[in-house]
Design a binder for this molecule. Sequence first.
Ligand code: UDP
Length: 235
Amino acid sequence: MKYKRILLKLSGEALMGDRQYGIDPQRLAEYAQDIKEITERGVEVAIVIGGGNIFRGVAGASNGMDRVQGDHMGMLATVINGLALQSALEDADVQTRLQTAIKINEVAEPFIRRKAMSHLSKGRVVIFGGGTGNPYFTTDSAAVLRAIEIEADVILKGTRVDGIYNADPEKDDKAIKFNFISFDEVLKKGLKVMDTTAFTLSQENELPIIVFDMNKRGNLFKVVSGEKVGTEVNI
Ligand code: UDP
C-alpha cells in the first residue's frame, strides 16, 4: 500500500445515492465494504463526512434563516451521517469510533487528537463529525484540518466524478481530465477542487489531495495502493 494513514473526505451528497435527500443504505454498505478492504491491508483510515444531503447553512441563509443557526444545523447533519456510516462499518465488522467537534457526549466521543491517533494505530476507523465545530467553515476545511492534525499522508476526496477536469465533465463532453496538477496550477486555472480556505490550508501544509470517483467499487483500494486513479494535486 502506498499510503499508511489516509483521511477520506466523503460529501453528504455522496450518501444519497440516486435519492434526492437523505441516506441510501445500499450506498453506505458499499462504502463500508470498500473501507473495510483497505483497513484489512493495514491502512489507517480517518473519515470526515459532510452534511449536504440533509442541511447546508448557506441554503438556510438564502431562505432568510440566520447563517450561524443554519451552520449549526449543518454541523449536526454531519453527525447524523457519521452515525449512519459508523453503523454501516460496524455491520461490516470494522471497528470504529465517532469523534465530534461539538460535544454530544451521550452519542460520540469529543474530538481529542491524541485519542484519535491512538484509535488509528489500533486499526480502528475514526469518523470525524461536526465539521470544524465553527460556522462559516465547510467539511472540506475540516477534512484538511484533521488530516494535518493526525499527520495523514494524503486526503482522498471521494466524489462522483473521476478527477479534476479543465471544464465541468457533466456539462462539457470535451472536458479533459488531469492525472496530476499542482496546487499553483489549480489556483491559476481557477479550478474547483475544494473551497479556497480548505485548499490553501492543504497547499500551505504540502498535504496532497487525490480526487477520485468513490462510487466505483474498488477504486478506493486502487488509489491507496498507488494506482493512477483520479487526479492528484501536489506541490
Ligand atoms: N458546517 C459548518 N462548519 C464546519 C463544517 C460544516 O458550519 O466546519 C456546516 C455548514 O452549514 C455546511 C454544512 O455543515 O453547509 C454541511 O457541510 P458541507 O456543506 O461541507 O457538506 P458536504 O458538502 O460535504 O456534504
